[in-house]
Write a protein that binds this ligand. Sequence first.
Ligand code: SAM
Ligand code: SF4
Length: 459
Amino acid sequence: MIQIDEKKIFETLKSRQNRDTGRIRATLAKAAEAHGLEAEDIACLVDISAPDLLEELFVTARQVKEHIYGKRLVIFAPLYISNMCANECVYCAFRARNKEVKRRALTQNEIASETRALIDQGHKRVLLVAGESYPKEGFDYILKSIDTVYSVKHDKGEIRRLNVNIAPLSVDEFRRLKEHNIGTYQIFQETYHHETYKKVHLAGKKADYDWRISSVDRAMEAGIDDVGIGVLFGLFDWRFEILAMLQHIRHLEQRFGVGPHTLSVPRLEPAIGSDIASHPPHPISDIDFRKVVAILRLAVPYTGIIMSTRESANIRRETFALGVSQISAGSRTNPGGYGSDERFEEAQFCLGDHRSLDEVIKDIAQLGYIPSFCTACYRLGRTGKDFMDMAKPGDIRAHCDPNALGTFLEYLLDYASPDTREIGEQAIKNIVETKNAAERDRAEKILAKIKSGERDVFV
Ligand code: SAM
Ligand code: SF4
């Protein structure tokens, strides 16, 4: 079983006292080669504070991000199906003893209706989220909900990839989850620090650190090879957490030949009925948060980094450039939130970015990014190690770029406001002009098909 070696992390962090400017610059030069970083390298970067070195860190992260991901930003929305929970995570509004939250598990009809609302916004990729206590059907409730989401065909759209963020399962349950065609299985350790973990998870199955950390292994044993891990920043020292996360990644790489598909970096946000959520024991400043994204991008260049709407529009914009590759948009964290208003008394935490999907798309297109709703890799079986084997030599770009442009155009034609459509079409033109002849040809073929009315076209 995976064991996080805390002693080693603290020793590595102590060694950072020996770092000097020359060592930092040498580490950044190594990072620029996009082959990743080891724990000692990360320890050398965590305390950078001189403005010139900080800028060099951010510029290096930006270059690595652009080299691997180009201008693409993958878009998704969470779908909260239930806020019922048997655990007592002190930072979360859904915790069992919190009487201030109204409980609700959506029926299959309600899930279908939420799915239609997401399709109407233009979404194609959804993350299904639930607390750890299911209605009377038990785990079958999750499986039925997945089938419901995939079954909805509405106007020109459908959800093409459903990822899930739910409590740890047994290997058998993970096998069943895989049979229902999920994309990524996501699970955050919250904190890798045992003592802190104990203090903030007071009751329920989640109080068992080992059951949680070993869940990614069980998912992979069951054949789910796209997994996402994460840390809830604010619970413990962020420097410790990213080194522990690196140990987790290396463990998965050694055992399964591939690490996680994505990393999530949620920061604690205020939540109804939680003191700690508003007063994090280890608050992480905006500048350190940007450092986290930049260092992770350099440490594991080919692993996606997800930025949710917990963060404000400004922080999100800054981190896109530093390494983020996937973002949520137009999100609600209360079950039923897409069909009705955002109801704080049913929500998991406060959002930092309340803009609609259309507003986010317009903003990022104006910043020069290409929003992507692409789901091709997962549907063509390019997952896990197969995906990484294509991503590392750069082969995946030949697929990602045209697929991103195609799905972006689909969005613009089917769902965008006139303003966003105009800005988006211009952005597509600008990007296509920067391509070489072969790339342009591939992109133009897909764009022409979409313009002529074809949908769900990908290479
Ligand atoms: N209940 C499952 C679990 O805990 O793994 C899955 C879904 S849980 C609703 C999704 C994530 O929300 C948690 O893993 C945690 O990191 C995050 N979360 C909980 N409370 C939060 C808060 N106050 N601010 C930001 N994120 C929070
Ligand atoms: Fe339940 Fe997940 Fe919230 Fe913990 S974080 S109380 S397990 S919903």
